[in-house]
Design a protein around this ligand. Sequence first.
Ligand code: AHM
Ligand code: MG
Length: 335
Amino acid sequence: MSEVTVTEHLLLHQKRSPHATGQFTGLLHDLILSGKSISRRVNKAGLLDILGGTGVVNVQGENVQKMDEIANTVLMYRMERCGALCAMGSEENAELVRVSPEFPRGDYILIFDPLDGSSNIDVNINIGTIFSILRRQPGSTGEVTLEEVLQPGTQQVAAGYILYGPSTMLVFSTGQGVHGFTLDPGVGEFLLSHPDIRIPERGKIYSVNEGYWEYWDTPARECVSHFRSTKNAWGQSYSLRYVGSLVADFHRTLLYGGIYMYPPDIRKPEGKLRLMCEGAPLAFLAEQAGGKAIDGYTRILERKPDQLHARVPLFIGSAQDVDDVARIYAAHKKP
Ligand code: AHM
Ligand code: MG
């Protein structure tokens, strides 16, 4: 692992890009600080007895909060004060949160899933924070409107995630490739461990909740059958891996290649995953790493959300694996 810290990496990036401002670097700095704080709390979750539901009083006599609520509070508190944002959208908040006038405001908009993989929080399995950074039209004044926030993923200034696992990792892109950093807990710094990540052109792993087979439509079933069969490009079945934390399943897909799929089903015709805080940021990373992300028919990054919590079907990963899915969907008429 190199000794380049994420701060050094950001400063280098700032020098290279004439458009980068101190405001943006400050935003990332505070986001990373929030990530470190959440990481520390996640690591101690079992010890501090903060797993599980709310409404319980712990040994210190404090109200026990769920880990995802704690992560949301950490991010909301720190980021509202960073001076670079005008609004935030969180998976945990139904409405857009505008930065209070008592704090300095900037042009950026932060959308996040504070702790993705909620069903894995209580069982010590990888979870993570996913983030997307957008920008208001320069020169806009007054309260930011929801319409200004509902931008397609192509408009993202940066996106990434912090994965809380055996080690804590930060993976992000500002549109100049994807870079991965590993937290050295001894010094409390993220060090560059995975520079310029490239996703393999084709992988050997598919990732999907196959338990939902009965709920899927024909193209979704055909896609899964394709990767399971021996009639695909490799002439042999892909392996199946499914953590059930998108951030962890995506991280593996980014490094090893393959495809992650969350198709629509009869219970969730728009899919389960959120476009703005899950689909778009991970699609940005996938494309920056040479991969692809589609909803079956359309590039995820071109989907304009019609609401903050818009959902989207997601097929993401190695370019050739996603192309296989696109071919299968194209053979079926768009509903
Ligand atoms: P969450 O944001 O509430 O954690 O829900 C999203 C998660 C993803 O991390 C994961 O891929 C998916 O839900 C798993 O869903 P399922 O249990 O339907 O397979
Ligand atoms: Mg999530």
